[in-house]
Design a protein around this ligand. Structure first.
Ligand code: ADP
Ligand code: ASP
Ligand code: MG
Length: 406
């Protein structure tokens, strides 16, 4: 059986007109004799609206009810797509996660798909039907609805491609593919033809919203090639695949940036074993994600200064944790909102010397101050003032010759 998984993001199903277009794309695959499995996200903006409602009804809304509520947008989109396909003369129906079922493990709001029961969907495909399946949602072993994290329909699609051994897995979205940087932020961004899982994972984790990071991890583990393309224009997109399939590795493949980061500095912390652990334990207990971390010797040469970044939405919680703490001793605590992390990503970096220098020099030339640095084998990230984000993107995009020459 020639199976294709087609995933449509919120923007692709954002209006009735767009859903009609999506139905057209689906029927084109059907005409090419594919068995088509469709995964849909909620219409754009719907999930955010539902989250807002949950906050309005209670500032302590239960996580399990949260999942029932916020995953309901997918049900609407799926039934509209199925309705349009039926209108066009196709056999189609919506499938909610519990009807498949799509079994998840882990906590509410952040579950992971563990198993997809194939029986009913396979029978439906063999009978010529087009299943339109809710992305983002699953059920757990208590038969309760779960969700798999924001942007999670990407991961739903990859898991369907895995369980059904699909020939293709296509992610339809509102841009033509993965670009060297967010094309909505930088006009000169260039579409990338092919990118490795490793680079895509870094780009996604460091701010490129076009693919959800978990979905890339799942694709890499299961060696699933992903095509990312536009649901609005008929053009080739981006292939996400194994590194060994890529011939010409660039030094820098892409640049990502984050918004809404904050920096926390503890000045004059006693320099003895166990201090860093004592600082990070309460943060971890409160599910606060700590990102970049640096430690250096204080001005007096005896103590240390510890700096780390968190999401700005966690800033209040973090402030309270440190104010309440009686164990950790320090001289001064500084919180800084409005910082942004810019990262350059590329496997070619491994074999090319001087990349760090080029990045720092390009930023220095534009008078952009670097606050924190972190690196891995295939990426370099720097923390800068948020107001300099665009300037830094432009400078680095130029430095590493990523501009689209029209
Ligand atoms: P969908 O609704 O299809 O899931 P998303 O909004 O999740 O779409 O992702 C698409 C958006 O990702 C684009 O509109 C674009 O602004 C953003 N984006 C960020 N970084 C990149 C990048 N490097 N390449 C392409 N798009 C990017
Ligand atoms: N609708 C969900 C969200 O907005 C899932 C998705 O878009 O993939 O996060
Ligand atoms: Mg998305």
């Amino acid at each position: 059986m020639k199976i294709v998984v087609l995933k449509f993001g919120g923007t692709s199903v954002g209006t009735i007109e767009k859903i009609k277009k999506v139905a057209q794309i689906i029927s084109n695959y059907k005409k090419k004799k594919y068995k088509v499995i469709v995964i849909s996200s909620a219409m754009s903006g719907v999930t955010n609206e539902l989250i807002k409602k949950s906050i309005e009804i209670s500032n302590n809304f239960s996580n399990s009810e949260h999942d029932v509520l916020v995953s309901s947008g997918e049900q609407i989109a799926c039934s509209l797509i199925a309705g349009r396909l039926i209108h066009n003369g196709f056999k189609a129906r919506s499938w909610l996660s519990w009807q498949v079922p799509i079994v998840t493990v882990g906590s509410y709001m952040n579950s992971r798909i563990n198993l997809i029961n194939k029986n009913k969907i396979l029978k439906y495909l063999k009978d010529g039907g087009i299943p339109i399946i809710t992305g983002f949602q699953g059920i757990n072993n208590e038969n309760r609805i779960t969700t798999i994290g924001r942007g999670g329909s990407d991961a739903s699609a990859i898991m369907f491609a895995k369980f059904f051994k699909a020939e293709k897995c296509i992610i339809y979205t509102d841009v033509e593919g993965v670009y060297t940087t967010d094309p909505n932020k930088l006009k000169s961004a260039k579409k990338i033809k092919v990118i490795s899982y490793e680079e895509m994972l870094e780009m996604a984790s460091l701010g490129a919203k076009v693919m959800q990071p978990v979905s890339i991890q799942d694709a890499r583990l299961n060696r699933i090639d992903i095509e990312v393309k536009s649901s609005f224009v008929k053009k080739s997109g981006t292939l996400i695949t194994q590194r060994s399939n890529i011939v010409n590795n660039k030094i820098v493949t892409g640049i990502s940036s984050t918004q809404n980061d904050s920096k926390v500095s503890l000045i004059g912390v006693k320099d003895k074993p166990g201090v860093a652990a004592a600082i990070f334990k309460p943060l971890s207990k409160n599910s606060i994600n700590v990102d970049m971390v640096v430690q250096n010797i204080s001005a007096n040469g005896k103590d240390t200064d510890l700096t780390f970044t968190i999401k700005t939405e966690d800033l209040n919680k973090t402030q309270k944790i440190f104010q309440k703490n009686k164990i950790i001793k320090y001289k001064k605590l500084i919180f800084e909102k409005g910082v942004s992390k810019i990262s350059i990503i590329g496997v070619g970096m491994i074999t090319t010397p001087g990349v760090t220098f080029r990045m720092f020099q390009a930023l220095a030339k534009k008078n952009i101050n670097i606050k924190v640095i972190s690196t891995s084998e295939i990426k370099i990230s720097v923390l800068i003032d948020k107001k300099n984000t665009k300037k830094a993107l432009i400078a680095l995009h130029k430095e590493f010759k990523l501009d689209n020459k029209k």
